[in-house]
Design a protein around this ligand. Sequence first.
Ligand code: MG
Length: 311
Amino acid sequence: FGSPINPPHSPHPPHPPHPNLPIMQLSTRLACFSTLPFLLTPVIADGPFYGDPPDANHPWGVHDHNRPQPKIVTPGTFSSQEVPGKPPSDAVVLFDGTEATMKNWVPAGKPKNDKRWTLTNGALQCTPGAGTVKTTAEFGDCQLHIEWTAPTQIKGKSQGRGNSGVFFLGGAIEVQVLDNDNNPSYADGMAGSVYGVAPPMANPLRKPGEWQAYDIIFRRPVYKDGMEVDPGRVTVLINGVVVQDNTPLEGGGGHRGRSKSRPFPESGPLTLQDHGNTTAFRNIWYRPLPPRAVEGGTDGRLTKEAAMAKR
Ligand code: MG
């Protein structure tokens, strides 16, 4: 076993009487009495044998000190409208406003013309007609941060205004980018929707021309022996407001058609859509996420086989 088996719980050791208790005022004694449950906390509350032992689905005991420590990550900073924030220390930077990170982006298809996305005012800006761009990096489950701004010149309505999109795994699902400031559209195609699957739970967009921050936690579907064991899920915050909460992907959605659940590739590029608007992006980074318990992860409620393997 990788961790010690805990002994059966022993009765809590008696708390020694407070030496000054007899001369305390009544009110003080009552206050003392009211904190008694805390004082009865076992003496070795943080010791090596504390909590329920490992079981069939959990290779670690509860509060097991042998369990690996989480890795240290230095947090980043939040963006202001004027200045993009800094990513956390373990993030993979996809775009930070520099020419060097423009090289992380290439046309997703065969270019039909000379038009290309541009580095404009420190942002990665769509040139209508240039087509979708993709990252040279390929990755799967992740925490993604991306900020975008819609053109200030209001043109078009519904899906025609400030439209772009954040696509995972080369196009498997789209988290919609759209200027829905005073611009209704079909709900399952609004900003922060899983396009064609699930509307955002709120519309916390700022005005066009202002920066909108998306924080997205993406988990692809998991299949085992041809059976779906997790439909894949996405959580999205727009400007710090939750708009998707662990939403099942239902195949990833699409335009007009109802998608069916299906396996996704294990990894793929992130792509940004050219939908005919000069939508621009900044401060794009991701952090890969470890596998879930259902796909062989080492934390959470594991299968008996996985728990035994870990012991
Ligand atoms: Mg779109």
